[in-house]
Design a protein around this ligand. Sequence first.
Ligand SMILES: [Fe+2]
Length: 178
Amino acid sequence: MKIFSENIEDLRTLYIANLKKALDMEQKITKALPTMIEKSTDQQLATAFRNHLEETEGHVTKVESLLRDATGEASTATCKVIGSLVTEAEDGIKDASDPNIRDITLIGAAQQVEHHEIAVYGTLRSWAELLGNDQAASTLESILEQEKNADKLLSTISDSVNTAAEKKNAFTTTAAAR
Ligand SMILES: [Fe+2]
C-alpha cells in the first residue's frame, strides 16, 4: 500500500487510537486468564494459559511503552471486541458441565481471542512500518509472534483434549449399550 504524505497525520491518529484499544484488550485479557486457568481441567491447557498470562503482562508493558513514546502517556480506549469475546467465553463455560467439554470450550474461546489479537497486531505492525517507525514495528512483530505461537500451541492441545473426549464418549456409549 502506498501512503501519501498528506495522509500521514491521519494514519498516525488511527495508529494511536488502535494502540490504545490494544492496551485495553491486553489489560482485559490479563483479567480473564486467571479464571480460564482455574476452569481448565487439562494440565497442559492450564500451563499454556499460565504462560500466556505472563506473556500478556509483557504485552501490556510493551504497548504502554509504545504509547508513551508516541503520545507521552499510556491511556486506553475501549476495545469492544474483547468485551464480547469474554462474555461469549463466560457463557460457554457456564453451559459446559462436562470437564472435557469445558476444556474444549476454553480452547475455542482462547483461539477466538488469539485470532483477534493476531489481526490487531498484524495491522498495527504494518501501520508502524508505513509511518517509518521501525522500532515500534519490530516490537509489534515480537508480540505478533507470541500470539501466533500461543494459537499454535492451543491447536496442539486441542487435538489431545478432543481425543480424550472422543475416547470418553466411546467408553460411555459402549457402557450404556451393555
Ligand atoms: Fe497478547
